[in-house]
Design a protein around this ligand. Structure first.
Ligand code: ADP
Ligand code: 5GP
Length: 189
């Protein structure tokens, strides 16, 4: 077994990546979620330190200047997200495998960075129409934000072939079973 492994999940927003990652975290105790930092404000029931480290723009700037990020991206105009080095070290120090929930560009970058230590998974919605419905049903984003996310989704889908595995999240139970099989095999290598 290679030590210091990572599993990277990327997808257009609303494809169901968070749902699948949360499910896998319950199934595999050695998987630990990498809590990213973001400059966006919490939505819904999100909790600081659990879903994200919510930072002000000034705090985010300071961490960029101090070189505290493994990677960061301005995923949406004015909204930055990044993986803290301290988070990666904390999880590996416990002997756990890191689970990243990260945007598509960040996912491609992390795969390049970690190479054979990483399994990268692209979660694909069955269609853009279904993606729109999921974002609307989730009810956490304003209509303009949904449009922005859908527009970006079209570009993001083109990145799927750069990932090790693509899981189409149509029926949730099927997608969960496939994700569990793929990750289970990877963790045993
Ligand atoms: P992401 O993390 O990719 O933005 P979420 O996991 O938040 O996506 O899922 C977006 C919405 O779609 C949520 O309301 C979630 O409950 C729902 N959802 C996820 N997978 C499915 C599925 N296979 N069928 C129907 N709804 C789903
Ligand atoms: P949301 O606002 O829906 O929570 O996340 C928006 C996007 O930012 C998602 O695609 C999510 O995966 C991505 N994201 C979350 N954390 C990080 C991170 O640390 N780095 C990068 N590059 N993207 C992230």
């Amino acid at each position: 077994m290679k030590d210091k492994k990572v599993v990277i999940f990327s997808a257009p927003s609303g494809a169901g990546k968070t749902t699948l990652v949360r499910y896998l975290l319950q199934r595999f105790p050695q998987l630990e979620f990498s809590v990213s930092a973001t400059s966006r404000t919490p939505r819904g029931q999100e909790v600081h330190g659990y879903d994200y480290h919510f930072l002000s723009d000034a705090e985010f700037d300071e961490r960029v200047e101090n070189n505290e990020f493994v990677e960061w991206e301005e995923v949406y105009p004015g909204l930055r997200y990044g993986t803290l080095k301290s988070e990666v070290e904390r999880i590996w120090a416990k002997g756990n495998v890191i689970a990243f929930d990260i945007d598509v560009c960040g996912g491609v970058n992390l795969k390049k960075m970690y190479g054979a230590q990483a399994l990268s998974v692209f979660v694909c919605p069955p269609s853009l129409e279904v993606l729109r419905r999921r974002l609307e049903t989730r009810g956490t984003d304003a209509p303009e934000a949904i449009e922005r996310r859908l527009h970006k989704a079209e570009e993001e889908l083109a990145f799927a072939p750069q990932f090790d595995v693509v899981i189409v999240n149509d029926h949730l139970d099927t997608a969960k079973a496939e994700a569990e099989r793929v990750i289970g095999e990877w963790l045993m290598c």
